[in-house]
Design a protein around this ligand. Structure first.
Ligand code: NDP
Length: 292
């Protein structure tokens, strides 16, 4: 099948490689050099302009936010044939994606929101969890394509529901990250080895993905890679807080976590990694969890 993937960032780059094992994949990226590299490394077809994506039966967007997705929709949708399927794997905003889907429906294009979790290791290994919102027929088509990228693929409801559950997931991730950081700063000050602290927590009831999979690499091995921008996690928590606010539900914790991550983002900048929040929390108390 002819597929065009738009957005070769930390997630899109390996997803396009996995798709290219099963399909004819065209790649477009704002910075063309990355798309040239992808084509050379993985045998994908380079799109120099968005119009080069217009012969695809399936368009996949993997962009920072729904705003960039809508800009691409504006430039490309008019060139697409009716019956094209648009899969938005961005962690987007359900309110925006519902409006985008309505707009595309008028010109015969099916839209599903299909955000992913599993991080860059999951994208590399093709083991992502994918949560799809859209019609049953569109889900069946999307699932057949996304099997190249994911292991657990769910149809969670109508358009927007994928983005909704992804935002809640990431808000929970952010809350776990912050509270783990506060706790570990305290334990560090009391003389605990981080290795011991995490080992104990990880066979106890306070454990989470943060303590099991994310912090050992940073706090024990001392390796702080950039895998997921803090700015993107802040965006996700903000989407969750806004969504719950629109439902008129009380969510003091969500509002607090959103405020904390916005403060961290403003201090650490647009290029910081999300786990850098742990060191930011330590520094609020004049401490550090980074070992030289
Ligand atoms: P990156 O920042 O690594 O990549 C962003 C991509 O979007 C790049 O290809 C970039 O192009 C492109 N882009 C940025 N701005 C524009 C624009 N104005 N117009 C066109 N293209 C643009 O992001 P990730 O791959 O990490 O994230 C992509 C999505 O996946 C986000 O919604 C994120 O929340 C989500 N996600 C990320 C995970 C992760 O672990 N990284 C995990 C799960 C979901 P260029 O190369 O030119 O900058």
């Amino acid at each position: 099948m002819k597929i065009a993937l738009i957005g070769l960032g930390a997630m899109g780059y390996p997803m396009a490689r996995n798709l290219a094992r099963d399909h004819e994949v065209t790649v477009w990226n704002r910075t063309t050099a990355l798309a040239e590299r992808h084509a050379a490394e993985h045998g994908t077809r380079l799109a120099r302009g968005l119009a080069d994506c217009s012969d695809a039966a399936v368009i996949i967007t993997v962009l920072p936010t729904s705003t960039e997705v809508d800009t691409i929709v504006e430039h490309l949708a008019g060139d697409l044939a009716p019956g094209t399927l648009w899969i938005d794997a961005t962690s987007g905003d359900p309110i925006v994606s519902r409006a985008t889907a309505e707009h595309l429906e008028k010109i015969g294009i099916d839209f599903v929101d299909a955000p992913v979790t599993g991080g860059t290791p999951g994208a590399e290994a093709g083991t992502l969890t994918i949560m799809i919102g859209g019609s049953e027929a569109a889900f069946i088509r999307a699932e057949a394509v996304l099997r190249s990228c994911g292991r657990n693929i769910f149809h969670v409801g109508s358009v927007g529901t994928g983005h909704a559950i992804k935002a809640i997931n990431n808000a929970m991730l952010a809350a776990n990250l912050w509270i783990a950081a506060e706790g570990l700063v305290s334990l560090d000050k009391q003389g605990f080895e981080m290795k011991t602290a995490l080992e104990v927590l990880n066979v106890s009831s306070g454990r989470s993905n943060v303590t099991e999979n994310l912090l050992p690499k940073r706090l024990v091995e001392g390796d702080w890679p950039l895998t997921f921008k803090l700015a993107l996690l802040d965006k996700d928590v903000r989407i969750a807080a806004n969504m719950v606010h629109h439902q008129h539900l009380a969510s003091p914790m969500l509002a607090l976590v959103s405020n904390l991550f916005t403060a961290a983002r403003r201090t650490l900048g647009e290029e910081a990694d999300y786990i850098d929040v742990v060191e930011y929390v330590a520094q609020l108390s004049g401490e550090s969890l980074k070992r030289q």
